[in-house]
Design a protein around this ligand. Structure first.
Ligand code: ADP
Ligand code: MG
Length: 375
């Protein structure tokens, strides 16, 4: 793929990362993940999967073992262009993916100490997500797979989020109940050897979206989840009461729109000074309402499905309060709780590689007509 024209940023110093992805001096996160038996460039002598994820605002590539239980590298470049808009701008995301995808893939191979010759299959997110953003990853994956006559493995992003748990705890096996809580999705699934069955989902906003919108109302930055957690430090969560959507409904659905409206009215009732003073308390109470809704329904799902294990995935699973709350609740109930480390909870390609063994590979060259889907 040809990078789009760019103007180097002021003070551009051309580090190695910038050479791989011209015009961007902000280095990607991630890096070497226990390369294990890697013995130097090009001599990793086992089959590996190259995984690519570009469904939203993170340009990601990873190298994962074919069993999907160990990542050799996991490179994530989170696009910072969207911060000023307070949300992801699809066209900006597609363009940024296009500029960075080659460099991110190159770094993933380098971190895993392998070369393209070692790759035996290419896994890529094909749905759901922003269509233009997905197409960048799908096109890159098709190009690499076709040029090397490799199979291509189309992966569902949500199955990827759940599969992150296999990287975190390689001995994990279905059945279990999984909660996916991200910026775009909030849903509960029963996972067994045959796949994932939807148990319940949000009727309006996703949990991450509620946190992002709440943060914006509170005058905090984007993404809102970590910003609200930071603002909530030292805040009293009981000073303000927020509704916990569908709390007493005997179902496994979620609703976060009432919470958002409640924050709006509370802020309207305060003057500027009052809003500033109350910010930590509002943030703490708002965060607690989101965590309460998620943990309540997850535990109800575990009970309904008689599950012994629960998995939490998606960006919101990085939330400290949610993790602490569930550790306590699951401990009390004798449930095994699997929450991947934060870097595997937010969008990344290692999780897509982890889901590859669960998805049907398309042999060369049958995937040329393969399309991405937004839903
Ligand atoms: P998407 O697939 O929607 O891009 P991700 O899985 O990357 O979502 O998650 C992004 C979402 O996770 C954002 O809404 C963000 O606010 C939320 N998030 C990230 N880190 C945290 C955190 N520490 N606490 C709560 N929410 C978080
Ligand atoms: Mg994301």
């Amino acid at each position: 793929m040809t990078p789009l024209p760019y103007t180097p940023a002021k003070g551009y110093t051309s580090p190695k990362w910038a050479r791989l992805s011209p015009g961007h001096t902000d280095a990607p996160s991630g890096g070497r993940l226990d390369p294990g038996q890697a013995c130097g460039r090009g001599c990793y002598n086992r089959a590996v999967i190259l995984a690519i994820e570009t469904s939203c605002d993170d340009t990601c590539a990873a190298v994962v073992e074919p069993g999907g239980r160990r990542a050799l590298s996991n490179v994530v470049h989170t696009q910072t262009e969207h911060a000023r808009y307070g949300g992801v701008v699809p066209e900006v995301a597609s363009r940024a993916h296009l500029e960075r995808i080659d460099g991110v893939i190159e770094k993933a191979l380098e971190d895993a100490s392998i070369v393209l010759d070692d790759v035996t299959g290419v896994a890529v997110t094909v749905r759901p997500g922003l269509i233009g953003a997905l197409l960048v990853g799908v096109s890159a994956a098709k190009g690499i797979a076709y040029a090397r006559r490799l199979p291509l493995i189309p992966v569902d992003h949500l199955e990827g989020h759940v599969a992150a748990a296999y990287l975190a705890q390689p001995d994990l096996e279905p059945p279990f109940v999984a909660l996916i809580a991200s910026g775009g999705h909030t849903a509960l699934y029963a996972v067994d050897a045959g796949g994932m069955r939807l148990l319940g989902e949000t009727l309006d906003d996703a949990a991450g979206e509620a946190l992002d919108k709440g943060a914006r109302m509170l005058g905090l930055g984007f993404p809102g989840g970590p910003e609200i957690s930071k603002a909530a430090e030292g805040g009293d969560p009981s000073r303000h009461e927020f509704p916990v959507g569908l709390k007493n409904r005997d179902n496994l659905d979620f609703s976060f729109s009432g919470l958002k409206t409640s924050l709006l009215y509370k802020l309207k009732a305060l003057d500027e000074e009052g809003a500033r003073r109350e910010r930590p308390h509002l943030a703490a109470a708002y965060e607690r309402a989101v965590v309460d809704a998620l943990s309540r329904k997850l535990l109800r799902a575990a009970e309904a499905e008689r599950a012994g294990t629960v998995v939490v995935a998606g960006g919101v699973a990085a939330n400290g309060l949610l993790r602490r709350t569930l550790e306590g609740e699951c401990g009390d109930r004798g449930l095994r709780l699997v929450i991947p480390p934060p870097a595997l909870c937010t969008d990344n390609a290692a999780m897509i590689g982890a889901a590859a063994p669960l998805s049907k590979a398309v042999p060369f060259p049958g995937y040329l007509g393969l399309n991405a889907r937004s839903v």
